[in-house]
Design a protein around this ligand. Structure first.
Ligand code: GLU
Length: 424
């Protein structure tokens, strides 16, 4: 259905504003102490650091970084570190709030944290990235640690980044501390299956929501925006189940094949940048066109705020599953609700990442590696457990899938605050 009069976004919505609105919506359904809600509207602390970097040509540049700690009532702060030119303090706070809900909805014993450096990693050489990461680890050392705050990869960072971070931290501590970060390469304490996990959980949850609406995955068409770690693994998982993944994209554009792409043949954006839009497909589209394709399932798995007041009425998918963190603005969410389009929220759909991070942390503490089969089996169990809890709320209250997930998360966090009490 094309829009005649598209509503406009009231103003550019920051991640923290979206996160607060979502919190308030869930709170309206629960009998939670107003003081706890007010507390959860704010981060516990936000650290700002300056990272001096010597470039390869000998010049010096200063980079700004942040680490936001939102809430740790259920366990150490947990969340990624991103390298991106648009990183802001507010974005880190909003993303750290989402991590609190994500860990709670999965019932894993972590709180929410998030960090970032305002930098375009494409502008840095590999050795510059290494120096930046090591210096950042040193600047953040007072506020992170295996029992206090455990970073992980996010946009623009990867297992190698985590390896440098772990090494810098360990050298300063005088002992190897693999549990200080997750998402490391398996050879130094990383978990098998961690890199694929966020995309895999998007696939598992898509399979579950299709079953909920009595749809056969083998008869389903899917469009995936973003073919990086999350998008590519989700697309391949669903392709393997028999779905037709008709469109995928990278920053430069989308490729489209109405009969379904061979997702294993398309190289991911992380594997070889530029190879998605450069792939020999029957048709090419813009990213905006991909979002409004007439498909059964739309998976935005690239960046935040892509489904907005401007395009939500033009979305033709029957179901949206959020692969990225925060791809839907509050206004777009309302439009989808009015239009009866179910949106499965990021905090459950891509939670496989932090769930396998938790498995990794357990393996690091126990100094004992799990097999890939065990990781994937336990991930499946945890995803289904979370999905069941959300389904119970969805069915027993007249709410959206997002509200149902937030209700599950918020009741666990509120209960933990309640029993721990406030230190005078
Ligand atoms: N950055 C990922 C996320 O947004 C993973 C966080 C983690 O594993 O700690 O969920």
């Amino acid at each position: 259905m094309a829009s005649t009069e598209p509503a406009h976004e009231p103003e550019e919505e920051t991640a923290v504003e979206t996160a607060r609105r979502q919190l308030e919506r869930a709170a309206a359904h629960l009998d939670v102490d107003e003081g706890v809600i007010e507390r959860l509207r704010h981060p516990t602390s936000v650290y700002q650091i300056t990272i001096p970097l010597e470039r390869d040509d000998g010049t010096r540049e200063m980079y700004t970084g942040y680490r936001a700690h939102h809430d740790n009532v259920r366990g150490p702060y947990k969340g990624g570190i991103r390298y991106h030119p648009d990183v802001t303090q507010k974005e880190c706070v909003g993303l750290s709030m989402w991590m609190t809900w994500k860990c709670a909805v999965m019932d894993i014993p972590f709180g929410g944290g998030k960090g970032g450096v305002v930098v375009d990693p494409k502008d840095l050489s590999q050795t510059e990235k290494e120096r930046l990461t090591r210096r950042m680890a040193e600047e953040l050392r007072p506020v992170i640690g295996p029992m206090t705050d455990i970073p992980a990869p996010d946009m623009g960072t990867d297992p190698q980044t985590m390896a440098w971070f772990m090494d810098a931290y360990s050298m300063q501590e005088g002992e190897t501390q693999p549990g200080v970060v997750t998402g490391k390469p398996p050879v130094i304490g990383g978990s098998y299956g961690r890199e694929e996990a966020p995309g895999r959980s998007v696939g598992i949850i898509t399979r579950e929501i299709l079953e909920y609406y009595d749809r056969d995955v083998a008869e389903t068409t899917v469009a995936v925006q973003g073919f990086g770690s999350v998008g590519a693994n989700a697309a391949r998982y669903l392709d393997d189940l028999g779905a037709d993944v008709v469109a995928v994209s990278d920053v430069d554009g989308a490729i489209y094949d109405p009969d379904g792409l061979d997702t294993n043949d398309v190289e991911g954006h992380d594997e070889r940048p530029g190879m998605v839009s450069g792939y020999d497909a029957p048709e090419t589209l813009t990213n905006e066109e991909l979002l409004t394709l007439d498909v059964d399932v739309l998976i935005p798995a690239a960046i935040g705020n892509v489904l907005t007041a401007e395009n939500a009425r033009d979305v033709q998918a029957d179901i949206v599953v959020e692969g990225a963190n925060g791809p839907t603005t509050s206004t777009a969410d309302q439009i989808f609700e009015e239009r009866g389009i179910p949106v499965v929220p990021d905090i459950v759909a891509n939670a496989g990442g932090v769930t396998v991070s938790y498995f990794e942390w357990l393996q690091d503490i126990n100094r004992r590696k799990w097999t890939l089969e065990r990781v994937n089996e336990e991930l499946e169990t945890e995803m289904l457990r979370a999905w069941d809890a959300i389904r119970v709320e969805y069915e027993s209250r007249d709410v959206t899938w997002r509200d149902a997930a937030y209700i599950v998360a918020l009741s666990r966090i509120a209960e933990a605050h309640d029993v721990r009490g406030l230190w005078p």
